[in-house]
Design a protein around this ligand. Structure first.
Ligand code: UDP
Length: 247
């Protein structure tokens, strides 16, 4: 990795973050490592880093072009992107359009139920604690964000959902749910951080009615369905086809 100059600032499950000459910037490397169930299940999936880096860049650009603040600056290469250096807020903000996953495991809500309005939930980002879901009162008690920042996080998440849902709909994909992370940049501005990819979004293919066959995201890995990389390739293929029409 001789093209990466700066020192390693942080290594997570799916990414490495390197320092840049400009102290307000970092270089994020997307790894091929896949983990699920709080890293109890692990694997290396050749090509995943490249796909998630490209998909995330395209989606961050889409959000930015709609006035949504993100940490994304520019693509460096196939698996690397420049981003603003931020202080990550240890929250996972999940928004759901269709019920599945933990919502259906933990409540009597049926799989596939359309959620109107979409359900927005906060989780505390801590692997050791198993990323527990937070009640409004626990969120307030933890004091990780001010009430006005909470409102901003909710607004950004809802607006992002509206934009992304409509976009994926036009690519014949249902955006089932996704998770966002937030941070504060050097100016103290709240921005979307991390990534937006099939690792943290659920996509169902509208052209396939088979409940397993339609899954085009990390659930293929979580549920041992095979075809993980093909699913991620399909998401990028549809995005790139759309971009080639737009240009
Ligand atoms: N998610 C994530 N990281 C997590 C937990 C969830 O990116 O640590 C994403 C997941 O990919 C899905 C959404 O958040 O798009 C909702 O996940 P859910 O709560 O249903 O969790 P799961 O069923 O994966 O346990």
């Amino acid at each position: 990795m001789n093209h990466i100059q700066g020192s390693l600032l942080y290594e997570g499950k799916a990414k490495r973050v390197f320092a840049c000459e400009n102290p307000n910037r970092v270089l994020i490397e997307f790894k091929n490592d896949a983990t699920a169930f709080n890293a109890k299940k692990r694997s290396e999936i050749e090509g995943k880093g490249r796909l998630n880096c490209k998909i995330s860049s395209a989606l961050f650009e889409l959000l930015e072009s709609n006035g949504i603040p993100t940490h994304f600056l520019e693509l460096h290469s196939e698996t690397l992107m420049f981003a603003e250096k931020i202080n990550v807020i240890p929250l996972e903000v999940v928004i759901r359009n269709i019920a599945t996953g933990s919502l259906c495991r933990e409540t009597p809500i049926n799989e596939g139920t359309i959620l109107t309005p979409p359900l927005l939930e906060f989780y505390y980002k801590d692997d050791k604690l198993g990323d527990p879901i937070l009640t409004e009162r626990r969120l307030k008690l933890l004091d990780l964000i001010s009430p006005s920042q909470k409102e901003e996080v909710e607004n950004i998440t809802k607006r992002s959902n509206t934009i992304l849902k409509e976009y994926f709909d036009s690519l014949d994909l249902l955006l089932v749910d996704f998770k966002l992370e937030f941070g504060l940049n050097s100016l103290g501005k709240l921005v979307i951080a991390d990534e937006i990819s099939p690792d943290n979004c659920r996509f169902w293919d509208k052209t396939n009615s088979d409940p397993k066959g339609r899954i085009l995201d990390k659930d293929r890995f979580r549920q041992d369905l095979g075809g993980v990389i093909d699913a991620y390739e399909e998401i990028l293929k549809r995005i790139e086809k759309d971009l080639s029409h737009a240009s």
